[in-house]
Design a protein around this ligand. Structure first.
Ligand code: BGC
Length: 815
């Protein structure tokens, strides 16, 4: 990054702009470019997705052209990256993507996504790091530093509490103040204060009743005034509702823009005094400062081979050996090996949606096996892009497996099950896979399950499987990583960054998730392991879990408070016969005072490589202040005096050592809550408790689902009405045709990318509102048309027709 220009430069530029030019500068001109002002030499900004590689859409690919991008390295997705527990890799991946962005002339990379994984069912979990704010914050900060070290601006997203996809455009995340601070904002806070991202992208959803794009408390009070953010806030694509309110709240740039109505509204608001010229100028100044700050080096040389190798290293380190009875690693000439599952050749290496990239090549497990000349038989058994069983494929696979010594079953979630744009309704694997896996296990075969999935899945017959290796979504070299791990060329060292309940019903927000537009975050701070620890859930695999081909022992934990930091030292020994890496996890068991707390929370971690038989003294430390909880009476962090415990663990359920820690620098324990809240939250609630309103400090907003075609109604809900049905069929019918056309293409990687993208749009469309469509379509659906249709849909035909016929949107709008 180059230094920001002296304010005078920006100020004098702002002073030279007309009102029209200012409003143009505050929005995009299309999906990937902002406006410039040619007469003053103000250039456009070029922005692209995303977290797992650069998606520079080809020039001729239309406005969004999701599937048609310039080739770029496909890195493992964020959830895989975090599962390395190695933040150095996040920095390197960020820098590599930054370099590729720079070479492609990208100013702003729309990444990283740091939302907390609240439910295993959120369709976009693959794009996020963890259920834990420390992991999310540390990885997000490292990634941002990496990207920005290449002169490219990062955009941390989606701010905030965007925990589902089905209701993301119109939903309301109702979160109590403490959970917001301790869980949902914590990673953003760390990233903003430690890595100074140039931009933040606000989320689509409402937070406690107010759309994030116009939430002044969030965008100004917390982000700027408290955390000292001095960059630019942009909307998610189409997140604007009321542009004037948004600008006043601190939302500077509207993307993808090209909404004439918004420009007209801004101008009118300045002219009639609703918006001060200073507020407008401040936002314009931030856009100009960002333009000045971005300095992508388009001559940067990109070492594609090194980036591919990095992608492979992350895939190897991020893979998690979930279970192993000793069958892994496979010794090369080790009996008859049968591979089942089309994902062996059609590896699912990335998720679908805005983060989709087009890698120059992808190495499937099949390629990697062939490269090694592994003697094996292969039967697809099911179709990767079809959940329904195929009897012929199934029986061929069973026949092939009949005399196997080991069956490697490649499975997981397909692109049609998991994507940005919609949530899953179950954690189950596709039916075809469940049936086949069950039949294989029933036949007595020794089955190793190799999983590609961006979020937890149910593991059928878990107890009877010989091993389970989770690749997550491993990027373009995923096949190579799988082979290295399966054959013992590499030793698994990844650990889960989210809890794996047996089924979705066991998750911490099961009583709320996916129910309605009003998401009641009733579990408060009890998210993920913070819930399961106290609820005693019989988890399939706990947070932090992951095996190795070797074993580690921990001993001699010393804890030394040193003023503002707590230091811990522990000796770790590799007691097995292979070199390997251990992730040392340091949790602090909370003081059991009067304020309800999770049992323990992750406060530090480190990954250490040890040769077989070697020992090392590992040091970890964390600020004492991290033990504070957010006090809703003080509206601030409060350190509670009392007895804590420092725990060294191999997972949230595998505590190896502990040492007491007495805190006396804070204040006596005192609950800020009414007794009903203390009672209801002494243990994590299994369902929305009556005391949720008392926890919030206000009534829980009623869930209101409009079945009319309103500006803020989801098409899926409005389709029951006459006009809503017409609109739904028109919109969804159009994208259905795109999907069918993609399905009809001849088999090729391009066809698969088009199928994924068309499917993402098809599944996302029903959750869009007329307003979200108008704001995100870069002019394709003009706002006055959307508003006119909504008038018709809500019984105002004359106004509706007037609006629909109006050309000059500045004359109508919201007024
Ligand atoms: C996504 C963002 C993305 C943007 C641009 C939105 O729908 O939520 O994460 O950066 O599109 O593609």
């Amino acid at each position: 990054m180059t230094a920001s220009p002296p304010p005078a430069t920006v100020d004098s530029l702002v002073a030279g702009l007309t009102l029209d030019e200012k409003t143009l500068l505050l929005e995009g001109v299309d999906a990937w470019n902002t406006n410039g002002v040619a007469r003053l030499g103000v250039r456009r900004l070029f922005v692209t997705d995303g977290p797992h590689g650069v998606r520079k859409v080809r020039d001729n690919a239309g406005a969004f052209g999701l599937a048609e991008a310039e080739p770029s390295t496909s890195f493992p997705t964020s959830t895989t990256l975090a599962k390395t527990w190695n933040p150095r890799l996040a920095h390197e991946v960020g820098a590599a993507i930054g370099r590729e962005s720079a070479a492609l002339g990208v100013d702003v990379l729309l990444a990283p996504g740091v939302n907390i994984m609240r439910s295993p069912l959120c369709g976009r979990n693959f794009e996020y790091y963890s259920e834990d704010p420390l992991i999310s914050g540390v990885f997000g900060a490292a990634f941002v530093r990496g990207v920005q070290s290449e002169g490219v601006a990062a955009s941390v997203k989606h701010f905030a509490a965007n925990s589902n996809e089905d209701f993301r455009f119109t939903g309301d995340s109702v979160v109590d103040e403490r959970a917001l601070r301790e869980i949902y904002l914590r990673a953003f806070e760390r990233i903003v204060t430690e890595a100074a991202p140039a931009t933040v992208m606000c989320a689509y959803n409402r937070l406690n009743g107010t759309y994030c794009s116009e939430n002044a408390e969030l965008l100004t009070g917390i982000l700027r005034d408290e955390w000292g953010f001095d960059g630019l806030v942009m909307t998610d694509w189409g997140a604007t509702r009321d542009r004037v309110a948004g600008l006043a709240a601190g939302c500077d740039l509207d993307m993808p823009g090209e909404v004439e109505h918004n420009r007209a509204e801004l101008k009118a608001a300045v002219e009639d005094g609703r918006l001060s010229p200073e507020t407008l100028d401040r936002a314009v100044g931030r856009v100009l400062a960002l333009i000045d700050r971005c300095a992508p080096d388009t001559a940067a040389s990109v070492d594609a081979a090194a980036h591919a190798a990095l992608a492979e290293e992350v895939a190897v380190e991020g893979a998690v050996l979930l279970a192993n009875d000793g069958v892994l690693p496979l010794s090369a000439p080790g009996g008859r090996l049968v591979v089942v599952g089309e994902m062996f050749e059609k590896m699912r290496f990335q998720g679908a949606g805005s983060s989709l990239v087009s890698p120059p090549e992808a190495v499937s497990p099949k390629d990697a096996f062939e490269r090694r000349r592994i003697d094996h038989a292969y039967a697809p058994g099911y179709r990767a892009l079809d959940a329904a069983p195929d009897a012929a494929l199934e029986s061929a696979a069973l026949a092939a497996a009949a005399h196997a010594d080991t069956v490697l079953f490649f499975g997981g979630l397909g692109d049609l099950e998991e994507s940005e744009g919609f949530d899953r309704t179950t954690m189950a694997l596709p039916e075809a896979q469940v049936r086949l896996l069950s039949a294989l296990v029933d036949s007595g075969a020794k089955v190793v399950l190799v999983l590609s999935a961006g979020a937890p899945v149910e593991i059928p017959h878990a107890e009877e499987l010989a091993a389970v290796l989770l690749l997550s979504l491993p990027g373009m070299r995923g096949g190579e990583a799988a082979a290295r791990l399966l054959f013992g060329e590499a030793n698994p060292s990844g650990r889960l960054t989210e809890s794996w309940p047996a089924t979705a019903a066991d998750s911490s927000c099961a009583d709320d998730f996916g129910r309605d537009a009003v998401s009641q975050y009733y579990e408060s701070i009890y998210v993920g392991y913070r819930f399961h620890d106290r609820a005693g859930t019989a988890l399939r695999y706990p947070f932090g879990h992951g095996q190795s081909y070797t074993r580690f022992e921990h001993r001699e934990l010393d804890v030394t408070p040193d003023g503002e930091r707590i230091h811990a030292q522990v000796t770790v020994t590799n007691t097995g016969d292979r070199d390997g890496a251990e992730v040392v996890q340091l949790y602090v068991r909370n003081n059991r005072g009067r304020v309800f707390k999770a049992d323990k929370e992750l406060r530090a971690f480190t990954k250490t490589w040890l040769a077989a038989g070697a020992s090392t003294r590992v040091e970890l430390s964390f600020p004492l202040a991290d033990l504070a909880y957010w006090d809703v009476a003080d509206h601030g962090w409060v350190l509670e005096n009392g007895e804590y415990e420092v725990l060294v663990a191999a997972s949230a359920a595998d505590i190896r050592l502990s040492a007491p820690l007495v805190v006396h620098e804070g204040r006596a324990s005192l609950s800020p809550y009414p007794p009903a809240v203390d009672l209801a939250y002494a243990e994590p609630p299994a369902e929305v408790p009556d005391a949720f309103a008392a926890l919030l400090g206000r009534a829980v907003p009623p869930a209101r689902r409009s079945h009319r075609l309103e500006l803020e109604a989801r098409l899926a809900d409005a389709r029951g009405s006459f006009l809503g049905g017409i609109m739904y069929r028109a919109v969804v019918g159009r994208v259905q045709r795109d999907f069918d056309a993609a399905l009809a293409l001849p088999a090729s990687p391009e066809r698969d990318a088009k199928v994924k993208s068309a499917h993402f749009v098809l599944r996302m469309m029903p959750s869009m509102s007329l307003r979200a469509m108008a704001m995100s379509s870069a002019g394709e659906l003009p706002y006055h048309v959307a508003a006119g249709l909504a008038d018709l849909g809500t019984g105002h035909p004359l106004r509706g027709i007037r609006r629909l016929l109006s050309r000059r949107q500045g004359q109508e709008g919201n007024r």
